[in-house]
Design a protein around this ligand. Sequence first.
Ligand SMILES: [Zn+2]
Length: 344
Amino acid sequence: MDFHSDEENQARLDSGPLSRRSLGAIDTHTHYFPAPYRAAIDAAGITHPDGYHAGVPSWSLDAQLAHMENLGIETAVLSISTPGVQLANNDPAKVARDANEEGAQLARDHPGRLGFFASIPMDGVDRAIAEIEHAYERLGAWGVCLMTHTNGVYLGDPSLEPVFEALGRYRARVLVHPTEPAAFPAQVMPGWSRSMYEYFFDTTRTFINLIFSGQLVRNPGVRMIIPHAGSALPALAQRIERNVKRGNAEAGQQRYPSMIESLRSCWFDTAGSVLPHQMASLLALADPTRILWGSDFPYTNAQMGAELCADMRTSDILTEAQRRAILRDNALALFADKLPATAG
Ligand SMILES: [Zn+2]
């Protein structure tokens, strides 16, 4: 699976019925670094988040808009990436508030082009709920972004019940973003970024935990977005389902929700190298109307971004209708209150 040259990718982006000029993509997984957030990362002494080899990427509004122009992205829903707002030498509530105010300003300044997922300080239930309310009542957030865990508290933790109730009240769209697992054997693959595969394990862990907790059944309004084509969940869903059935049989009641039905009720983004192998597995599991596209800019740089976007616009393992749905139509439906449907 060799990469294409820059020239080849530019030609691929311009080819076919879903070229960058023909179909405006909606990017639901892409990151912004407003100045206060960048300052907070610096104050925390973070130079290579989760071992990311290239360090903290640079970001500016101009670079964001150029990226969108280059790939034919009509709308980008911005979020704060790992390590989120839980940063040493900073107050997470203030880091979140500053980032959210900036996101709201960007959305106001670029209507229809930029939206944002609000960051939430998850180090205290009251603080988390206060920011969810502020984000929805005052800032017009398009959704919220939660890390897979905060200080080792994963999303199925019983202490988070009031947070999910608040998210349910707003029918929140919740993008979950991976971060370095709370615990992992550092002697395995030392020197390699945890984004290579630990992210996938942490995403998988937090969704298994969340679904088994019953949180999604009790708060059906919450619309969860699972990143990176479901990470390892499509491969594991059937195996876990057997355990659900056994656990329910032993309990003599429906104590645990169906893993497969729960996953089919979620949305999935396709940020990263999902074609061809991972996508086939996702298509076997997911509701096809709930698969979204994401560029993961700026962690995914311009060169790789062009490669992956061209793959999605031209891949022959997907039909043209599937590619159109993933790149645009499914996100239009999910964000119908934010994006008036327009011709592609
Ligand atoms: Zn990301």
